[in-house]
Design a protein. Structure first.
Length: 144
């Protein structure tokens, strides 16, 4: 039986302090941008009539009476609807400090856009207001 030869040790290179700082900056900026984009998407109005806690409570009450008399398949659907409505009601009470998140976004958006090659129109397609982009220093027609 042949013995396996040991492979030569791989040389390890250490990251420079500048490289580490650039990675940390990228992570921090990415987090700020992600938080802002998620807040913008969550705040975007949905189609149809807006639900209120009162309208959700009324539907939950109706579901409670329908569950008692429904067949198994209807009961299954109503149980899921009840769970979805309870989750939606919980999110209605959560408020997001969009102004604070927006301020953080404005501070890092231009740097993030330059590094990632994201242009003005792409931000607009994502739903970012033109005033926010102007405050961030991202201009229409400027290449990334």
């Amino acid at each position: 039986m042949a013995t396996k030869a040991k492979s030569p040790a791989k040389a390890t290179t250490k990251m420079s302090a500048d490289h580490k700082a650039a990675l940390a900056q990228g992570r921090a900026e990415g987090l700020v941008v992600r938080r802002y984009l998620e807040a913008v998407v969550a705040a975007k109005p949905k189609r149809g009539r807006k639900r209120t806690p009162a309208s959700i409570d009324a539907r939950l009450k109706a579901i409670a009476t329908q569950i008692e008399s429904g067949d198994a398949l209807t009961k299954l659907s109503l149980l899921q609807e009840r769970k979805d409505l309870e989750a939606e009601k919980a999110t209605l009470s959560v408020t997001t400090d969009l102004a604070g998140i927006e301020k953080d976004f404005v501070a890092v958006a231009a740097s993030y856009a330059d590094r990632k090659g994201i242009d003005y129109q792409t931000w607009r397609e994502m739903g970012i207001d033109a005033k926010v982009l102007k405050a961030a220093g991202i201009r229409r027609g400027a290449s990334a």
